[in-house]
Design a protein around this ligand. Structure first.
Ligand SMILES: [Zn+2]
Length: 127
């Protein structure tokens, strides 16, 4: 079989790492928003001014929906990331979608150390 060029591997690794980092950030901010929801909404509910209370709840709801949308969009992009070796979805397998540095199908490693090894070897085997 042929080889996957190390430049292609480096490009895919950078793209995957950025996508994974972005997805992780959206997940964390979504989780923080969800954790802050209960005390903030309880505090807003205790306010004596209904207009201010409704505005705060509406602003929070819009922010929450934005966070949820960002999380969903980045997660969807991460699950659709194609493996440069086998072409299948890099992190998706029937029992797991947990993002790792290794392809769940072909075992291709996209970590920076694996890319450095591939650079020394001129690429990785496609099979
Ligand atoms: Zn693969």
């Amino acid at each position: 079989m042929g080889k996957l060029d190390w430049q292609d591997l480096e490009f895919a690794s950078g793209r995957y790492t950025r996508l994974r980092r972005r997805s992780r950030r959206w997940h964390l901010t979504f989780l923080l928003t969800a954790l802050l929801a209960i005390p903030l909404l309880a505090a807003a509910g205790a306010l004596p001014y209904p207009v201010v209370r409704n505005l705060l709840v509406a602003a929070f709801a819009i922010g929450f929906l934005g966070q949820w949308s960002g999380t969903l969009i980045t997660w969807s992009a991460l699950t659709r990331f194609p493996c440069p070796r086998c072409g299948r979805r890099f992190i998706m397998i029937w029992w797991s979608s947990w993002p790792t540095d290794r392809c769940k199908h072909s075992g291709l490693n996209l970590s920076p150390s694996a890319v450095a090894r591939a650079r020394e070897n001129g690429g990785v085997e496609l099979s």
